[in-house]
Design a protein around this ligand. Sequence first.
Ligand SMILES: Cc1cc2nc3c(=O)[nH]c(=O)nc-3n(C[C@H](O)[C@H](O)[C@H](O)COP(=O)(O)OP(=O)(O)OC[C@H]3O[C@@H](n4cnc5c(N)ncnc54)[C@H](O)[C@@H]3O)c2cc1C
Length: 384
Amino acid sequence: MAERMWRQHDLKPSYDVVIIGGGGHGLATAYYLTQLGVRNVAVLEAKYIGHGGSGRNTAILRSNYRTEAGVRFFDEALKIYETLSGELDINMMLSQQGHFTLGHATGTMSVLTTRAELNKALGVESVVLSPPEIKRMLPDIDISDHPRYPILGALYHPPGGIIRHDAVVWGYARGADRGGVHIHNGTPALDIAVENGRVAGVVTPRGTIRCGKVVTALAGWTSVLCSRVGIKLPLVTHPLQAMVTEAYKPWLHHVVVSANLHMYLSQSDRGELVCGAGIDGYPHYGMRATLGFLEGFAAHVLELFPILHNVKVQRQWAGLCDMTPDYSPIISPVDEVDGLYLNCGWGTYGFKATTASGLNTAKLVASGEMPENIAAFRPSSWTA
Ligand SMILES: Cc1cc2nc3c(=O)[nH]c(=O)nc-3n(C[C@H](O)[C@H](O)[C@H](O)COP(=O)(O)OP(=O)(O)OC[C@H]3O[C@@H](n4cnc5c(N)ncnc54)[C@H](O)[C@@H]3O)c2cc1C
């Protein structure tokens, strides 16, 4: 009989570490904790692993960020992805096909140029391309002045690409399970028990689990649970939508993102065009796809690629994003509650961080020391 990817267990009355949220970040943290020798660990997932953004994202990876802390952290994440299929023994179909960020305004081009220079200085491949250079790599793109926002140039990042998101979730889940982690699907955390300023346990419908350390890896649901223990976070939850078309012959060989038009697309190995846009403009917790998103995306993509006028949409979906005001994530212990650690604020871009986020969160929880690569992600009000 084939080996199960992860096993079911009875809920133990106590664990050393309880991770709340069975997305990529929670599961990766669990896996790396086992690598660091911490084995009495549970992951609690309200629905099923990958139910959140980790199973709904458009799977884009890149590391060409704008701040030094961002570049170093996302570069660490991408480098781990490069060897992850082998490490976890599951084919994640990593495709480092190159990533375009198009610019349609002079202000954007100036930001893209600054990013290219910072990236190069930190050893990350990124280069600004002119419209004819873009056209050579994307033959069907319209670089004329006909579109409402003509293309002025692009930031091109050769190591960027895509990977199969479900395989990342399942790979970390199996790795964690093999290391002894108990993964409990269908087990929402209702509350975090705090005694004398310390974490004492997690309350679930299946009973209260005693534990000394809790990691919340809840993305869009973080503020809901944290408000139960009086922690107010600078997070606002917005839906983000995506869609895929029917499968077509291989046509698009790079990831294309338009910074100004808030749209992006890539082509999966199955031939579907995987498409996304910006967050819905109003905060809420609904995960329903809308016609407004489809119409907006179609209008923008046809300006860039008129050849797509006849493609057929197969399905749409939405997920939740935990947006911070400065677009920086939070990985941090909580000063008010000993033993409580936050991993959140991943917004629209956290899938590509899963690897380094899990590794560094595990190091923080196991050692109590803040790893250098995530020091910038501790809220300043807690470091004063
Ligand atoms: C449509 C879309 C496209 C995206 N595209 C990209 C992309 O191309 N590249 C990229 O880098 N990022 C992308 N993102 C963002 C990325 O998906 C997220 O930042 C990332 O997956 C967050 O992972 P996570 O593990 O922190 O949270 P999640 O994967 O959201 O996991 C949180 C889990 O917590 C569970 N949960 C909630 N409440 C409770 C509770 N009380 N108790 C227990 N469990 C609970 C949820 O069911 C969920 O499974 C996209 C997001 C969306 C929605």
